[in-house]
Design a protein around this ligand. Structure first.
Ligand code: ADP
Ligand code: ASP
Ligand code: MG
Length: 432
């Protein structure tokens, strides 16, 4: 029987500089024995920098776009020089990748924004994976580089493409699997895919965890590990909270709920493909790779400490009928259709006789366009800049701590999960 395949995913934080790549090389050499596929994200904050290239280009400021792109290219060359010296085929490979975007920037911006975005932003993952492959080869690992655009088939919904699972599974099974049994490491990119017309697509920001789960599913992996700058999944984001503790063992269900409501440590779409094939997920630290991390699977215990997640940039929209008619079935049907059309993520909702309120992620101009579409039939009040705080396995002390000094605009308790939409107090608050 073929040896079990494992998937390792390295995110932007783990490959932000030459030392990061060396560390990734050490993790793969020591802990990646046996058939292994490696999925890598763009280095550090490259995707944000590439987004700036796109927005300069869209404003027809091609000079700024080109100079920002040159900075990104240079930072990859600098890291290559540190790792591989002055003479190496990697420079030509990187150049071939970047030149595609350089050509695009010489044209005028005459395509849809989201399409152009995907063609440009995807270069981040292509470049990091070229660099990582070259480095792994330099430390005597057998590597085969795969272009994920030839493996992950999607629809044409640019920037948030949906996976065509049957084509993707066939492509990955036929192309990647045979290589892995030959004991080569496959290196490929997170975040990107392509349509059947070979147009590059992306799977949504932070989507590399999801790509790794797609590979895990299609390769029937034994396990998937994502290497992060935290020891595992914690009871809250350590950037926002003190006194957090690691959760050693988490159920798929707990993980999907946490990540859907804002625990940024795992992309929310990651869990389903893994759960569907009972593939365990390890969230591990690239800083202390020997640590146990967190295991996510179906056999986790049922009791947990209070777990807090915070989703920022919430817009609370109160939708009321203009003529005092009830917000009943026929109105709700219309409203849900519009919510689906404008692709709003609704995190909480509440209704009364003549109004319906939702708390949604305030992404791009979606909420404004949604409200515009309703204006003939409804009055909409909107409050922006709020946060959704979810406390799972809540106790009263933790809930009170969260809402202290803040206005609570929505509140709900289902079982032992409390959700609150909170904002700044606009009245004086007494200090402790
Ligand atoms: P990647 O390098 O793979 O892109 P991310 O930066 O997306 O990794 O995810 C790691 C970050 O997730 C951590 O630095 C941490 O601030 C954040 N995070 C949010 N919620 C949690 C949580 N509950 N447990 C651990 N980390 C969390
Ligand atoms: N590089 C992409 C992003 O920053 C995907 C990822 O890192 O997961 O959104
Ligand atoms: Mg990330």
């Amino acid at each position: 029987m073929a040896e079990a395949i494992r998937i390792f995913k390295f995110g932007g934080a783990s490959v932000c500089d030459a030392a990061g790549l060396r560390n990734v090389g050490a993790i793969i050499s020591t802990l990646g024995k046996g058939p292994l596929a490696v999925v890598v994200s763009a280095m550090g904050k490259t995707t944000n920098a590439l987004e700036q290239v796109v927005s300069a280009f869209a404003k027809t400021d091609n000079a700024t776009a080109t100079s920002k792109l040159n900075e990104i290219k240079q930072s990859h060359y600098d890291i290559a020089r540190e790792l591989l010296g002055d003479e190496h085929p990697v420079y030509a490979q990187l150049n071939d990748a970047f030149v595609e975007v350089e050509w695009l920037l010489e044209e005028s911006f005459d395509q849809k924004y989201d399409y152009v975005y995907d063609q440009i932003v995807s270069i981040g993952e292509i470049a990091s994976s070229i660099l990582l492959s070259a480095y792994l080869q330099s430390i005597d690992l057998n590597v085969k580089w795969f272009d994920a655009r030839g493996l992950i088939r999607t629809d044409g919904l640019h920037r948030e493409a949906w996976v065509d699972w049957s084509s993707t599974e066939r492509l990955i099974k036929t192309q990647v699997r045979p290589v892995l049994t030959d004991n080569y490491i496959a290196v490929t990119q997170g975040f990107i895919g392509s349509t059947s017309d070979n147009e590059t697509t992306t799977l949504g920001r932070e989507g590399s965890d999801y790509s790794a789960a797609i590979f895990s599913y299609c390769l029937d992996a034994e396990s998937m590990s994502i290497w992060k700058d935290v020891p595992g999944v914690l009871t809250a984001d350590p950037r926002l909270f003190d006194n957090v503790t690691k959760i050693d063992h988490l159920s798929y269900r707990e993980a999907i709920e946490m990540t859907y409501y804002g625990a940024k440590v795992i992309h929310p779409k990651t869990i389903k493909p893994l759960q569907n094939k009972a593939i365990p997920l390890y969230v591990k630290s690239f800083i202390e790779p020997a640590g146990a991390g967190t295991r996510v699977d179906a056999n986790a215990p049922l009791t947990y400490p209070p777990i807090i997640t915070v989703e920022r940039d919430q817009a609370l929209v109160q939708i009321s009928t203009k003529d005092f008619s009830f917000v009943a079935e026929h109105h709700l049907k219309d409203l849900f259709n519009q919510i689906a059309d404008y692709r709003l993520q609704v995190n909480m909702m509440q209704n009364s006789a003549i109004s319906f309120s939702i708390s949604v992620n305030d992404q791009e101009d979606r909420v404004d366009r949604f409200i515009k579409a309703l204006e003939d039939n409804f009055t909409c009040d909107i409050r922006r800049g709020l946060e959704l705080v979810t406390v799972r396995h809540a106790d009263e002390i933790v809930v009170e701590q969260q809402r202290k000094g803040k206005m609570r605009f929505m509140n709900e308790r289902v079982g032992n999960t409390v959700q609150m939409v909170l904002g700044k107090m606009d009245v004086p608050v007494r200090k402790d």
